[in-house]
Structure formats: C-alpha cells, structure tokens
Design a protein around this ligand. Structure first.
Ligand SMILES: *[C@@H]1O[C@H](CO)[C@@H](O)[C@H](O)[C@H]1NC(C)=O
Ligand SMILES: *[C@@H]1O[C@H](CO)[C@@H](O)[C@H](O)[C@H]1NC(C)=O
Length: 726
C-alpha cells in the first residue's frame, strides 16, 4: 500500500519473474525431470566421471563474482567497477556537478579509443588512456561529457543541436510511476474504476514527440493495471487512463480518462508461472534432453572478454544501451592459418516499435527501446538450463546507477556451443554411380545470447558463429503483449472488426497490432577496413526466338555503390539483389574480390506515412539496408539522445549527406522487421517468434573452409542413460 509496494509492482517484470524461474530448479515440483539429469548409469566411463558430475546445472548463486578488483586487459574492455567508481568521484568534484542542485548520470560508458589505435594494438601492448563518455542531466539540462580516467580531466561537449533527451534511468522510471498517486483526482478515478489502490501496477511509457506543446519538458506517460489475483497485470489494463508526468519536476501535468465504461479484464488464466499451474494439469510433453561435452567445451573466454572458439576469435562485452557488443571478429583461414578480419564492431543500435492504434491512450506508443529504456539495462540475469543450456558460460554486466554508483548485472550474457542436429555439409551417392559414398558433417555453432525484458516484451538476441565463416544474428520475440481493454467479449458483438486495431484474445482483451524493427550496426572490415558495397542484381533476360529453346533466364549485374544514396536499399521480391561487402583490393586465386554478403530475413517494412511523427523519429527504418562511411559519432540509428527526439539525428539524415563510400571504411546497417497481428496463442504470454539475418562469406575463402573437418563417430559420443530408464 506504500511506496515500496508500488515500486515492487514495477520491478515485477524486471525481477520477480526471473527470481521465480531461478527458484524452479530448487523446488520439489520444479521443471519436469530436472533431477533425473544427474542420475546416470555407467555405460561409459564419461558418464560417471568426476568432470561430468561437476558439470551439473550451475547454481545461479554460484559465481556472484566480486568485480571490485577487475582490471581492463583490452582497449575495448568495458569500464570496470573501480573505473566507474573513479568516474563518479571525478565528476563529484567537477564544478558543473559540485555546484548543482540536482544531477543524474544517464549513462557511463567506455569511450573506445580511435579505431586506428585499436587496430594497431596487440595482446600484451600497454592500454591506451582509459576514458569514459558520460551522459548526464545537471539541473535539468543534458550534458555529454568525456572523463579522462588518467588525467581526471573532464571535457563538456555541446549538445545544443540535439532535440531529444537521454535514456531514462531506472531510478526515474520507478519514481515516475509513483507520481500519479500524489494526485487526489487520480486516486479517485482508480477507485471509481473498481480497483483498490493497493492492487495498482503502473508503467512508464515513453511519449514520442508530437509537436511544440511537448517542447522544453521531459515527459513520460503513466498507465496503470490491476495486479489483483495475477502477476500478469499486463492483461488487466485500466483502459483509457493516461497520466502525463513531468520527469524532471515529478508533477502530474494532465490526466486523461476516456475508458470509464470499459471493464477491467478478469485475472483468470493469465498467470504464466509454473508454480501457479495446477499440478494435475502440467503438460509433461518431453523426456530430458541435454548436451554432453566429454572433452570440455571448444571455446575459451580469455581476460573476461576475448572469446576463442574453433576458427573464430572476437571481443564480447555487455553494454547498457546496446545489450551486447561483438568487436574485432576474425576467422582463421584454413589454408594460411592466419586470422582474417570480418567485422570491427556489431550491435543492436536501435529498436522501433510502433503500435497501430491512433486513439488517445495508444497513439503515442512508438517505442525506441534501446535509446529510451536501455536495451542492456533491461537485460536481466539469464536463467541457467532454460535461457541457456547446461554447457553455457555466463558474463556479467557492470553498469552505473543514476548516482554513479556501479552495480553488477550478473549472468547477463551467455556463451555456449549449440548442436541442434543440423548438417554442416553432406553428400551421398545413389547406387547408379556404383559408388558407396556417404559424407556428412554435423553442424555445431557458438551462440552468444542475451535477453532484454523491456517492461512487458522480451527480446532474445543471438549472435551465432559457424565454422564455415557464417554469422547469424537472430532476434526472438516473447514475453507479454501490450493489450487494450474492451467491452467486447466475443467477436460476434463487433460490427466492424477492422476498427478493433487488433485481435480479441480473450474476454475484454484486444491484442493491438504493432511492428518491431531491430536495427543492427555492422562495421564490416573484410580483410581490412577499406571496403565497398556491391549490389548483385538479378534480372530476367528474354531470349530471342532463334537463340535458344528457352524464353528467359536470369543474369547477374554487379554495381558498386559510389555514395550513400546508392546504398539505401528497399528489399524487393521481384527485383532481387545480393548485397556484398567486398574488399576491392584483395582478390582470391581466381580473381574474385573477397567479401561477405548480408542475407536478409525478417523483412517486414514500415508502412507508416514518412511524415508521421513516429516514422520521422524512426526514419532509420525507411530502408532495410544503409551503408555509411565510418564515423565514430554515428552509432545510434535513432540518434544519441532519443527520448522525445524529433528525428534530426537519425541514420536517415546522416545517409542523405550522400558521402562517398567506395573503397572506404564503411558501416553496414540492417533492420530486421516484424509485423505482429496478435493471435489467441499469444495470450497470456507469447511463444517465441524469431527471425534472423546472415553475414555469409562470399568468395572470402578459396574453397569450402570446413572440407577437412571430421565426421562424428560413435566412440566420440558417449551415451549416458538416466538411471530410471536403464
Ligand atoms: C493516493 O493513494 C495512495 C495510496 O493509498 C496514498 O499513498 C496517497 O497519499 C493518495 N494520494 C492522495 C493525494 O490522497
Ligand atoms: C560525423 O558524424 C557527425 C554526427 O552525425 C557529423 O556532425 C559529422 O559531420 C560527421 N563527419 C563526417 C566526416 O561525416
């Protein structure tokens, strides 16, 4: 009923669900067969070996690692806990902060050294001076600062040209959802809607930007739900009630209530927790399944961040805004044994999630989750055995709270080898050739995973590396829909279903249509930094009647993009192209330029009006592919300061400068898109939907790089039988 209670509701999504998941494994009624995994009979020495028994499910509390004495080893290593503490202390004595009446740090990140320096750095070399980039609000003004950790010098950058505001802090989001309770009208409305104030759960919803009245105030819209009888309060909206709050002054500016006649949907069947399911109704569909690695994993993580697996090597770090950042990805050439550059840096740059309902309580829901909420800040600890398999390695994130104090987000990223029973390559001969050939190679990959729960929605981001040189980036969508309350209980009551703006999912619950766009920054460095973007366009050629019995065939025409506008690509099914990043100065034995191609997937495109305010802010989704010249200040596709931004600092604006991109250090941008028309299966929580795109070698290797890999044989793979079924 007090402050703590409301805070608790907010952190429900952020904490409790995961805490419960963690508890599962230890409860007697835990997930099916959890205990059976260890009961092996000894039909192979490995099955009873000490190593195997020690590789039992990691205890989530096992390595609450103390980061107090962490030191950086690599120029790209994130700020360590002691370094964040140092930034805080340097800033506290800086005049800007010391003389302020209020200040908050919205982000504290490593300022990466210049790319040219990093490229020249070798393991064992001294590190470059460590610097932090800090985005702060001081007396209600935004500042971007550089803090030199060696000299303790602070440089203040000019942010006057930015319309937007920094990523919200978790602290101010928690504070914002309590603000409406200071207002007697709000309390009265809640009670009138039949909701006890003790059952209230509220969310801080970013407002977007819709015109001048919103200028010069940092705003948030608070909407509330009833958490009575369910943890899944998202399914019980107090529809139509929106409270506009000033984030800086913590004042209620406006209460809009247009949903008085809409009932609050029932709590029945909304709980998604295993512990809340009736024991006699639990669906045990599967027998246990697990992965055995009798000789241990094939990867190592050196100095906390350098991942080495099979023929790959890359630097991996958690990031408060991007989630994870993969840097300096290199693959070993099977012929020369040398590591070759593939990608300097790749990460989730921005998301854009517009809802398709123009009414009062919905029109503004057009989230940009990375810049507004912090994709990494919202990534909670992963759940061992369920988020990642038993053979996973976990990496912690170290971030700064609003007052600059560092904190640890444990088990935020996992790394594991995956064998999904897939085939890396194969061929069999049929009897007519008289040859008895059956050559097959299994496909094992290395997955880097994190999952962000941005309030209701969960995004799973995988970077998957293959031994054949391919990188697959996969986005999975799960979690809980943002739903709308309605008086309808059955579609037969609806006279014009298209005006529902969604699908009736349950009595009084509409799943509103929305899109998800996830834009990736891909600084490809294919065998070096200077690359070109090549389109290989496939077109139909008509044959003349006497030329061939055929009427038509396809011809591939290659064009190198000279400037940025040549590389603004809208995908077209009937005018297809391949998209290559090539190194024009490096050729294979037979003369093809070495390259990597982007293979699109998840190809939904935004259909909003280009002049619609959300689309202007989300203009980085106007094309699926863009290529820009490398510029260290152009990394966030929606701009550096995204909250309430007006779209003047997006990828679309940068690209329209039409700078030269041929044989230059270039950055490739790709947006995975999803249209989501909800269906009943998405209630009360969504089965994961996923899409991916590939970065695939194209004339990069002289021939199949995994030709000489061995097949699996029985002796290498012990079979351990569960005691119960032995
Ligand atoms: C509104 O209700 C909350 C919770 O009962 C209470 O703490 C707060 O004081 C109330 N606000 C007003 C203005 O009465
Ligand atoms: C680098 O990016 C910033 C921000 O977009 C821009 O102001 C600057 O002109 C760019 N520099 C070049 C050389 O394009």
């Amino acid at each position: 009923m007090d402050t703590r209670r409301f805070l608790c509701f907010f952190f429900l999504t952020l904490c409790i669900a995961l805490a419960l998941l963690f508890t599962w494994a230890r409860l007697p009624y835990g997930p099916p067969y959890a205990g059976d995994l260890l009961d092996c009979s000894t039909n192979s020495a490995w099955c009873s070996s000490k190593n195997r028994l020690q590789s039992k499910p990691p205890n989530p509390t096992r390595r609450l690692r103390d980061h107090a004495s962490d030191t950086p080893h690599h120029p790209l290593d994130p700020l360590t806990l002691p370094e964040i503490t140092a930034v805080r202390s340097i800033l506290s004595s800086h005049p800007l902060f010391a003389s302020s009446s209020s200040h908050a740090l919205h982000s504290v990140d490593l300022q990466e050294p210049d790319k040219s320096l990093v490229l020249r750095w070798h393991h064992g070399d001294p590190l470059f001076p460590r610097k932090a980039t800090v985005v702060a609000r001081v007396d209600d003004m935004s500042h971007v600062l550089t803090v030199d950790l060696t000299t303790r010098e602070v440089t203040v950058e000019d942010t006057a040209s930015h319309s937007g505001y920094p990523t919200m802090t978790l602290e101010e989001m928690s504070a914002a959802i309590l603000v409406p309770l200071m207002n007697a009208d709000f309390n009265r409305t809640i009670v009138q809607r039949g909701v006890d104030l003790t059952d209230l759960a509220c969310l801080p919803i970013s407002t977007g930007w819709y015109g001048k009245v919103e200028e010069n105030r940092r705003l948030i819209k608070v909407q509330c739900y009833s958490a009575k009888d369910t943890v899944n309060f998202y399914m019980r909206p107090i529809e139509g009630l929106t409270v506009l709050v000033d984030l800086d002054t913590k004042q209620v500016l406006e209460i809009s209530d247009k949903g008085g006649s809409i009932p609050i949907p029932k709590a029945a069947n909304t709980d998604y927790r295993y512990s809340a399911q009736k024991p006699n109704q639990v669906l045990k569909l599967l027998k246990p399944i697990s992965i055995e690695q009798p000789n241990g994993p094939s990867f190592s993580v050196e100095d906390d961040h350098l991942v080495k697996w099979a023929n790959w090597e890359f630097h991996l770090k958690p990031d408060a805004r991007a989630g994870v950042i993969v840097s300096r990805a290199k693959v070993r050439d099977p012929n020369t044994g040398e590591f070759r550059d593939v990608m300097y840096k790749g990460f989730t740059s921005e998301l854009f999630v517009p809802y398709m309902d123009p009414t009062d309580a919905w029109y503004f829901k057009t989230y940009m989750d990375a810049g507004e909420y912090g994709f990494g800040l919202q990534a909670m600890p992963l759940d061992p055995l369920n988020d990642c398999p038993r053979n996973a390695y976990y990496m912690d994130g170290v971030f700064a709270a609003a007052d600059g104090t560092p904190y640890v987000r444990s088990n935020m990223v996992c790394v594991f080898e995956s064998y999904a029973g897939d085939i890396a390559w194969r061929h069999t001969e049929c009897p007519i050739t008289g040859m008895q050939i059956r050559e097959v190679r299994p496909k094992v990959t290395l997955v880097v995973r994190m999952a962000a729960s941005v309030a209701n929605y969960d995004y799973i981001i995988d970077w998957e590396f293959q031994t054949d040189g391919l990188i697959r980036v996969k986005v999975g969508l799960s979690g809980i829909l943002m739903v709308k309350g309605t008086s309808y209980e059955n579609v037969n009551q609806v006279s014009s279903p298209e005006n529902l703006h969604g699908t009736l999912l349950s009595e009084n619950v509409i799943g509103v249509i929305h899109d998800h766009y996830v834009t990736f920054y891909l600084d490809m460095d294919v065998d070096g930094s200077d690359n070109s973007f090549l389109k290989v366009n496939l077109q139909r050629e008509q044959n003349s009647p006497n030329e061939s019995p055929r009427k038509s065939y396809l011809k591939a025409t290659k064009t190198v993009a000279k400037t940025e506008k040549d590389a603004q690509v809208k995908l077209k099914l009937y005018d297809p192209s391949e998209f290559h990043v090539i190194n024009p100065t490096k050729r294979t034995r037979v003369g093809n330029p070495v390259g990597y191609k982007l293979v699109p997937g998840g190809t939904a495109a935004s259909l909003l009006d280009l002049d619609d305010p959300p689309q202007k802010r989300g203009a980085f989704t106007n094309n699926q592919i863009w290529v820009t010249p490398y510029n260290r200040s152009e990394q966030w596709a929606g701009g550096l300061l995204v909250c309430q931004s007006q779209g003047e600092d997006t990828l679309a604006v940068w690209s329209d400068r039409d700078r030269p991109i041929e044989n230059k250090d270039i950055v490739l941008w790709y947006t995975l898109g999803f249209h989501h028309v909800p269906c009943q299966e998405d209630f009360p929580i969504m089965p994961t939907v996923s899409s991916s795109f590939d970065l695939k070698p194209v004339n990069f290797f002289e021939s199949n790089p995994i030709l000489r890999t061995p097949p699996n044989v029985e002796a290498d793979l012990p079979v351990c039988v569960a005691a119960a079924s032995a």
